[in-house]
Design a protein around this ligand. Structure first.
Ligand SMILES: Nc1ncnc2c1ncn2[C@@H]1O[C@H](COP(=O)(O)OP(=O)(O)OP(=O)(O)O)[C@@H](O)[C@H]1O
Ligand SMILES: [Mg+2]
Length: 263
């Protein structure tokens, strides 16, 4: 991994579902150690961009590099953690908060020597437990660690999913709408957690519709609507003029057209 390579670099990247283009000629570079908010209307291809990184979608054309290497190499090396927009979780499944967060370590556990993997859990490599406890603490869910996930509120569920991503201790965090549908205290906690991650040198790449949070917390904003509309500081990108450009091609009545959204 190179210290100077962008966290994410796309060159003329295009992607499609069944010939239907969702990203076209996307060229951009997101530096390491910064918090980037990706903003765009519904259907703009934001989730698709993250899916290209995690291997859920294959590029049609162009190039995508993560820390100077192919995404597959960086995924195998454990450098990419991901929190999906819609988690296909079976919330009623009888599994505790702690066990759910531990699933974030499964990829890394597979890299432990076989003898260690065969040990009872309390003798296994302690780094997994430590990472889980640190992640639970980070999202203030340690006191709920033994509760079944089905008992949690919407905001608590999001915090557990964030903890699962944090438990990977990856250098790049890809978060698809981590603030959607959460209560204000959980939102504040998630934002504070991400701030600490960024301050610890991690790269945070967050898709969001929450303009005030992007304005307040992100180092840079990427505006996307199938193509790159702009990239720069939150002040520049979340201006009325830029949001109006972003809304071109979006449904009328979109939240991207006016001062209200930029406030
Ligand atoms: N698995 C899929 N199969 C076919 N089309 C898809 C699939 N996933 C997404 N699409 C379509 O691709 C386009 C881009 O979707 P994407 O989910 O990347 O948008 P988005 O910017 O994340 O939108 P939102 O803000 O609603 O989450 C949309 O038109 C969507 O309907
Ligand atoms: Mg999406």
């Amino acid at each position: 991994m190179s210290d100077t390579a962008p966290a994410l670099e796309a060159r003329r990247l295009s992607a499609a579902y069944h010939q239907h283009p969702v990203l076209e000629d996307v060229t951009l570079a997101l530096p390491q150690g910064e918090w980037t908010a990706i903003v765009g209307p519904n259907g703009a291809g934001k989730s698709s961009l993250l899916k290209l990184v995690i291997g859920g979608l294959t590029p049609l054309r162009g190039e995508l590099r993560i820390l100077g290497e192919s995404p597959a190499v960086q995924r195998r090396a454990g450098h990419i953690a991901y929190m999906a927009q819609q988690e296909h979780m079976e919330w009623e499944f009888p599994i505790s908060v702690r066990e759910t967060v531990l699933t974030g370590r499964y990829g890394l556990m597979r890299q432990d020597p076989l003898w260690q993997r065969l040990l009872p859990r309390h003798w296994a490599n302690p780094s997994h437990r430590q990472a889980v406890e640190a992640a639970l603490d980070a999202v203030d869910m340690a006191e709920h660690a033994e509760r079944p996930i089905g008992e949690l509120s919407g905001g608590q569920k999001k915090r557990v999913l964030l903890a699962r991503a944090l438990a990977q201790q990856a250098s790049i965090l890809l978060l698809d709408e981590p603030l959607a549908g959460v209560d204000p205290p959980s939102e504040a906690l998630i934002l504070a957690t991400l701030e600490r991650q960024r301050d610890a040198g991690r790269t945070v790449i967050m898709v969001t519709h929450d303009m005030p949070s992007a304005r307040r917390h992100a180092d840079r904003v990427l505006l996307i609507n199938r193509q790159v509309v702009g990239m720069g500081t939150p002040e520049e990108m979340l201006s009325d003029a830029m949001l109006a450009r972003l809304a071109v091609g979006a449904a009328s009545g979109s939240a991207y057209g006016g001062a209200r959204a930029a406030a």
